[in-house]
Design a protein around this ligand. Structure first.
Ligand SMILES: [Zn+2]
Length: 163
């Protein structure tokens, strides 16, 4: 196996570099030799059983940011409860040695799990809904026209009264 190959930390199966999750265990792949296995295999299997295969498709996308590794793992656990697998990435621009647990993390989920993950995190108020749109120009215009229309009616009623 070439150095840097992706392997499943649970079953050890090598995977092509465009894969992100083990096909049989549905847990995030690791780079061969890069990471120590930090939890017992049985625990990983228990986690993997929770994963909903519908949420394992597509590229990894960022769903939330966390202040540090502990907070990121908390978010990760919360997502896993809903069957959504995730991986953590050191947030770009914060260059601290790999051994440090400090530093912000990005929580990444497969594209097919992003909407569900966002719902979970919004529900838990972990993320704010950044998708609140600015009022659309046509909407502002409609309100303006409505105000003008009411004003016109009032003026019309007023002139009727005088006449
Ligand atoms: Zn596996």
């Amino acid at each position: 196996m070439p150095p840097g190959a992706l392997v499943c930390p649970s079953c050890g199966e090598p995977h092509p570099s465009d894969e992100r999750f083990c096909r049989s265990c549905h847990i995030p792949l690791v780079i061969e030799g890069a990471a120590e296995i930090e939890e017992p295999v049985s625990e990983r299997h228990a986690r993997a059983r929770k994963v909903d295969p519908r949420y394992t498709e597509g590229d990894l996308v960022r769903v939330a940011g966390a202040m540090n590794q502990a907070e990121a793992e908390f978010v990760q656990g919360m997502l896993l409860e809903e069957g959504i697998p995730s991986t953590l990435r050191r947030t770009r621009g914060f260059d601290v040695p790999d051994m440090l647990a400090a530093g912000p993390r990005d929580v990444m989920v497969p594209a097919s799990g992003h909407a569900a993950a966002r719902d979970v995190l919004l529900e838990a108020e972990i993320v704010r809904d950044e998708a609140v749109p600015e009022p659309a120009p046509w909407r502002v215009l409609a309100v303006l026209l409505a105000v003008l229309a009411v004003g016109a009616v009032v003026i019309w009623l007023g002139t009727e009264g005088i006449g």
